[in-house]
Ligand binder design. Structure first.
Ligand SMILES: [Zn+2]
Length: 564
């Protein structure tokens, strides 16, 4: 619901303003105080400003929507009300004319940068909702980016995007350092001048043969080069550069024409490329170098040495930030973890605005130049980030850890992944017996303590639980069982349509085991063992590490489709 009479006016100075900040809409604390960003989100915001030695009183602060929206659903606001809020916001920005505007939150970014807003209707419920057009979508992509927003009167407003502090409170706390140490300081730095001053990056696209050969020859004289392949089953272009400001994309194919070069030319380019990659005096930099290495191997090229892999260095620096974003598989992005993808690394170490939607997935309608430019940009930002990360590793005393733990084993481990590793089948069989015995002790223990038969069995849908039997594989049965024992069962978060419900997934059970006592621990341990032992899981675990089992040949999952 919206409460248009519960308004909070903008705060801060209105003249000679350097930095302005904009959020979604005021929350309860702000309504009571009549000042934006005074609640928990405001404390995080003020804190981040203080870290850059800027006082909150110097900053003009406003919201996209100036009134209270109890469910934070800005898209439920009627179109004419949103249109007038947008007008008010644009007027404020024109009046204050800040050097830089910090945009906080996905909805804020979307509603502020939208070319237009329209009313649409939900197909199922018929409820109206706001739809935006031509906006910058996705705060996780855009955070950290410096860009210009063209206001309705034509004035260009420099902006920096950041996540909304409320998202850190809601659980995305791993992103907080990026807000505090990257995005807010970036907005503060940018607020000392009004114009756009970004690192200039020259992407050499569609080069001539002579130019390509010259570039490759010069690359051979460098100590470090950054390389990047684009393409899924075939390499569609070779990217290379050795400065943050210039890189070449050597295309191999093009729209409507399988080859960019004549056969003789392509042969010479490959020869030169091979000589460069195998030149042991030239250290290579790449993001997820495994991809470039394996693709090269398939072409009979054996690159050496790897000087630095930005993905690995980032992992070494921020090991708890989760897996890398994998846009190529169906795996869903884990929004709680920043990961180690190049888009994140770029936003962290360079001033290059987000460009990853521009050409990553080959779309002929976007044109080949966009795709080639994208490749060259990858090379430049990887190069720039690599040196900053090397410094950071040295500063933290982690360079040796990176060198010994990541670099030295790189090719051996990659070969192991590629060819597989032998496994001792007899040892595996005896380990299985050991686990079964261990499981049996836990089962006995649990049955003695609880006076109930304990099993782990995946139930068929709709199957009735047996009386006097506790199935540890059934979250529903465990939920009832532990609730009856007086344990506090966690609940799902209540939403508009669904009230909070008790839940007990494997993470909840682990938490319960840590918090409570032996009983839960035994139960968790038992479940883990039984899962490990279930043939399906065991086979899957083995397949995922490409083992060679001479008795049971397992299919080798190809790493080829993984991209850099
Ligand atoms: Zn790339």
């Amino acid at each position: 619901m919206i409460f248009t009479d519960l308004r909070v006016p903008a705060s801060g100075p209105r003249t000679s303003v350097r930095l302005a900040a904009i959020g979604m809409s005021p929350a309860r604390t702000e309504i009571a105080d009549k000042v934006p960003f005074t609640g928990p989100s405001g404390r995080i915001f003020n804190d981040a400003l203080m870290a850059t030695k800027v006082s909150r009183s110097q900053v003009f602060v406003t919201n996209v929507v100036g009134f209270f929206v109890d469910d934070n659903d800005l898209y439920s606001i009627p179109e004419e009300i949103m249109a007038s809020e947008r007008l008010r916001m644009f007027r404020e920005l024109d009046e204050v004319n800040p050097n830089c505007l910090l945009i906080m939150g996905a909805d804020t970014l979307d509603l502020l940068t939208a070319r237009s807003i329209t009313t649409r209707y939900n197909k199922k419920t018929g409820q109206p909702y706001l739809a935006t057009e031509g906006s910058k979508e996705g705060i996780i992509k855009w955070r950290g980016s410096i860009f210009e927003l063209i206001l309705p009167n034509g004035r260009k407003q420099k902006c920096v995007a950041a996540m909304h502090p409320a998202s850190f409170i809601r659980g995305q706390w791993k992103w907080l350092p990026l807000y505090k140490y990257i995005d807010v300081p970036r907005a503060v730095t940018q607020s000392s001048f009004p114009e756009m001053k970004l690192t200039s990056r020259e992407a050499i696209t569609g080069p001539s043969f002579g130019m390509t050969m010259d570039f490759l020859e010069e690359a051979g004289n460098q100590e470090w080069v950054s390389i990047d392949y684009e393409g899924m089953s075939n390499i569609t272009c070779l990217g290379i550069g050795w400065t943050p400001g210039t890189a070449i994309c050597i295309p191999l194919s093009r729209v409507g024409n399988p080859s960019y070069w004549s056969l003789e030319q392509e042969l010479l380019i490959w020869k030169s490329w091979c000589a460069l990659l195998q030149n042991s005096k030239v250290k290579k930099i790449a993001q997820n170098a495994s991809y470039e290495w394996i693709k090269s191997w398939l072409h009979g090229i054996y690159p050496t040495p790897l000087g630095a892999d930005t993905m690995h260095m980032h992992h070494c620096l921020y090991p708890d930030w989760g897996g890398i974003t994998d846009e190529w598989t169906k795996r869903k992005r884990d929004i709680d973890n920043p990961g180690h993808g190049l888009a994140l690394i770029t936003s962290q170490y360079t001033d290059q605005p987000f460009y990853k939607d521009e050409g990553r997935h080959w779309r002929p309608e976007a044109g080949e130049i966009a795709f080639w430019r994208y490749n060259a940009l990858d090379v430049m930002v990887t190069y720039e980030s690599a040196f900053k990360m090397m410094d950071e590793l040295r500063m933290l005393g982690l360079w040796e850890v990176y060198e010994q733990g990541y670099l030295q084993g790189f090719e051996t481990l990659l070969r192991m992944e590629w060819y597989g590793t032998g496994i001792d089948i007899a040892l595996r069989a005896s380990a299985r017996i050991e686990l079964l015995e261990e499981m049996e002790t836990y089962r006995q223990q649990l049955e003695d303590d609880w006076h109930i038969k304990v099993i782990t069995k995946v139930e068929k849908k709709g199957q009735k639980p047996q009386v006097g039997v506790l199935n540890l594989a059934s979250p529903a049965q465990l939920k009832t069982f532990f609730a009856n024992k007086g344990y506090k069962i966690p609940t799902t978060r209540a939403t508009k349509d669904k009230p909070a419900r008790p839940k007990l997934d494997k993470d909840d059970l682990n938490a319960l085991a840590i918090k409570h006592n032996e009983e839960c621990y035994e139960c968790v341990r038992f479940r883990i063992l039984s899962m490990t032992l279930s043939i399906r899981n065991l086979t899957r675990a083995i397949e995922s590490i490409h083992t060679i089992d001479r008795e049971v040949p397992t299919e080798r999952a190809s790493p080829l489709e993984r991209a850099s």
